[in-house]
Design a protein around this ligand. Sequence first.
Ligand code: BG6
Length: 509
Amino acid sequence: MNPFREDLLSRSPAEPCTVVIFGATGDLTHRKLIPALYNLAVDGDLPTGVRIIGFARREKSDGEFREGLAETARKVSRTGLDDEVWQPFAETITYHQSEFTDTEGYRSLAAKLDAIDSARGGKGNRLFYIASAPEFFDDILIHLKNAGLNRATDGCWARVIVEKPFGTDLATARHLNEVVNATFQEKDTYRIDHYLGKETAQNLMVLRFANAIFEPLWNSKYISHVQITCAENLGMEGGRGAYYDGAGALRDMVQNHLLQLLSLVAMEPPTDLTADGVRDEKVKVIRSLRQWDTPEKVAANVVRAQYTAGHVDGNPVPGYRDEDRVNPRSKTEAYVAVRLLIDTWRWSGVPFYIRMGKRLPKKSTEISIHFKDAPCVLFNTPCGGVPGGNVLAIRIQPDEGISLRMVSKIPGNNLRLEPVKMDFHYATSFGKSSPEAYERLLLDAVAGDATLFARRDEVEEAWKFIDRIEHAWHASENPPPMAGYTAGSWGPKEADDLLARDGNQWRRL
Ligand code: BG6
């Protein structure tokens, strides 16, 4: 169910279209995009008449391409692989071999698309998904324009989905936005952030604005602080170090996923549920972030760290600098914790803490809202103290759900208190697993709903905040230090100190 758009509660069947994926031999296509489209087919949600063209540089036949896709989908698809659904689905997939810079490749793509359209009676809706390496984003966009593929014809549409990374700083993001806006209209541009497609992230607005009990408390009068944690147990497996060492935790996860989650938690209620109604409110949050714009402010509010060798899930793992394809003298952070302040009436004085780290003990993403203690200390002395206050925890993954921590009396003749939890699990309440984020987002792009995609100004505002921290780390004379933590631990001591200075501590996940 779409929490954002009433008209999509009963979404009318989307029109047939052709999805062209650039970078079709890559990991994202195999592990996420094709399994997502296949799972939509399994659930009967894939619009009829969808065709898929994989555009990539390697030589391959349609058959070889489909076989490779099937092999990965069998391993990763949430519904497994049912040959009866896979076979007809696979027949809609073809392979188009071309360099990303070869004009001829786009001309032949246009001819292929025209042939598909005329076979289905002239319906020429097109969704271009740019999932290639980022250095080809510009080339692909410009060639699409030169081949006339950016234009919608005869009441049909042409849309583009752009994968991350959306630039590596403000200047490159602006440049990419210029190229995107010179080829496709902003309304046809879908900047993907897959965290927005996660079920619990979507549920954040419903939780806040469809329940009467939370919103009156959702402000600095009742909330002491907010934590957002994105922990990963993986390190640099599968050659990932090559990309990651050039990016780091701040750019890889905070600029996009974590600031997006933050803006959903902190935004004002939108006036309506249109894509722009929601995004107007989200961008105001990012714009209101207090800027950490000197090395001193960065040192006081941001902790960066690398892991040293340790154990994760009982297995020995190397330190960050010894990981495959990582520079042994790397200055890239694999962990970051940031203390943020949002200078708005609602959030004045409430710290938001976000942290992201590789090689932590487990994979878990959670938002927790920590309420202030009850004002009256009635129970303090007679019961040995009140064991902490109310916490509303929103589990993004795994085991999606929401829990509320309360204080309760332990049954018996003494007055002793203990925290208890009211817990809601998606899997047990709704009896089924949530769809993958990419399923929802692909369906939205086909249906023309950009609510769960980042707008140009959101991306650029987020980069402004990130750039100042990057500058203090890499370009100032007096850079704040790099901390260390043992792989398999919950991060550096400095990140604990960051909260301790405010009298807070990280929640144990
Ligand atoms: C990607 C990052 O955007 O998100 C990765 O580049 C990260 O470094 C991944 O591991 C996490 O996504 P998820 O959905 O597995 O939490």
